[in-house]
Design a protein around this ligand. Structure first.
Ligand code: CA
Length: 229
């Protein structure tokens, strides 16, 4: 199973380091951004699977980052856990309906945070934590590598399976060719961007072998997404 990537956006260095250490110990792949601008840039470059977002940040506030992410189709479903300093502040944020998936009031224990991270992932992104995932009419067993659509078994090559596996972890989200390259082929190999189109073509053909409809959406000048419905 691929690693879950978590981005911590926190300007208090000591806290960021503590969270980074404890999440890494739980086998999450963790990166840290110390201000809002940096966070937005990082998210654009390689979308994380979950963001731990401090409310009080230099340059762009946590609440503004949250709003911006929710307004873009490629990040509108990105799981966000917001950190706040005091309980009154937490109440205020809840009232503002920022779109965060969960809130934690400082100080909190790292065990509490890890529990919340897992709960949010299970709720919003079952594709990251479950062995068997169903998206629309497609069922993927990530242990046996079996793919079923409707009642028909679909046979995929290894690259097409990895592409599908990546899509089911982020249903509905649009990925650019570069993002798919990095996620499926890795950053240390040289593969032409066009190669992604070739394998997307094969995946499409395989998934639609029994004329059940093409579940992959092409978004002009943006990339590809797996339809959820
Ligand atoms: Ca702060």
């Amino acid at each position: 199973m691929t690693t879950t990537q978590i981005l911590i956006v926190e300007d208090e260095e000591a806290l960021a380091t503590l969270l980074e250490y404890n999440l890494a110990k739980e086998n999450f792949e963790v990166s840290v951004a110390s201000d809002g601008e940096e966070a937005l840039l990082r998210i654009q470059e390689s979308a994380p699977d979950l963001i731990i977002l401090d409310w009080m940040l230099p340059s762009v506030s946590g609440i503004e980052i949250c709003r911006r992410l929710r307004s873009k189709p490629e990040t509108q479903n990105l799981p966000i856990i917001m950190l706040t300093a005091r309980s009154e502040e937490a109440d205020r944020i809840r009232g503002l309906d920022t779109g965060a998936d969960d809130y934690l009031t400082k100080p909190f224990s790292t065990n509490e945070l890890i529990a919340r991270v897992r709960a949010v992932l299970r709720r919003i992104r079952p594709g990251l934590v479950e062995d068997k995932v169903i998206v629309g009419d497609i069922e993927v067993d990530r242990v046996s590598h079996r793919v079923i659509r409707g009642d028909k078994e679909i046979h995929l090559g290894p690259t097409e399976f990895r592409l599908l596996d990546h899509f089911i972890q982020h249903p509905g989200r649009v990925f650019s060719r570069e993002q798919l390259l990095n996620a499926v082929w890795g950053t240390d190999v040289f593969v032409e961007v066009r190669t992604v189109d070739v394998h997307i073509g094969r995946l499409r053909k395989a998934l639609n072998k029994y004329k059940q409809g093409d579940p992959i959406r092409t978004v002009r000048s943006a990339g590809y997404a797996l339809e959820t419905g």
